[in-house]
Design a protein around this ligand. Structure first.
Ligand code: ADP
Length: 160
């Protein structure tokens, strides 16, 4: 049976830290599905469709990476995909506290699901989407933190 992992997140934006988790996940799973959660109550900084396109470009040469958006419980989305693993990254104890809770809930909702945590690569540990949003909001260059070009993203953003 194919080992499919769903890597769920807001990815607002998708960072080099996220990319690292996907690439390392590919060594463990046959397929990694990056799921961008579309939480209607949470306003995004980078548009959902644009981020999906940027992530697809990032992994254009990886045939075992798929990108989806979803508007449902993560556990239900995983079940629909036939994914029996959730992939998450851990940077610090704050991440752990949060992840501990949601992984318990996900197993309550879908007994066969196992959450697999990868400890962040040290050089990428300080990268967080919220810090990148703040830097970008105040005009700071953030390309070094992203696996795609933001100038391209800005062009696409201005077209919509
Ligand atoms: P969420 O809103 O669900 O926390 P994020 O997009 O912020 O979604 O993060 C998705 C996953 O990626 C989480 O498991 C988070 O801990 C992990 N992650 C975020 N930044 C990094 C990083 N720099 N290194 C490793 N994992 C990370």
């Amino acid at each position: 049976m194919e080992r499919i992992a769903l890597f769920p997140g807001s990815f607002d934006p998708f960072t080099r830290g996220h990319e690292d988790i996907v690439l390392r996940g590919l060594r463990l799973f046959d397929q990694v599905v990056i799921g961008i959660g579309n939480n209607a109550t949470k306003k995004r900084y980078f548009a959902l469709d644009v981020m999906k396109e940027m992530i697809e470009k990032t992994f254009a040469s990886e045939k075992n990476v798929k990108v989806i958006t979803y508007d449902d419980l993560t556990a239900h989305t995983a079940r629909e995909l036939g994914a029996t693993f959730l992939l998450r990254g851990l940077r610090n104890t704050t991440d752990f506290e949060y992840e501990n809770g949601i992984s318990q809930v996900n197993r309550y909702l879908y007994e066969e699901i196992e959450t697999v945590f990868l400890i962040t690569s040290p050089a990428l540990a300080p990268i967080s989407s919220s810090i990148i949003r703040d830097l970008h909001r105040y005009g700071q260059q953030v390309d070094n933190f992203l696996p795609y070009s933001l100038s391209e993203l800005n062009q696409i953003n201005s077209q919509i």
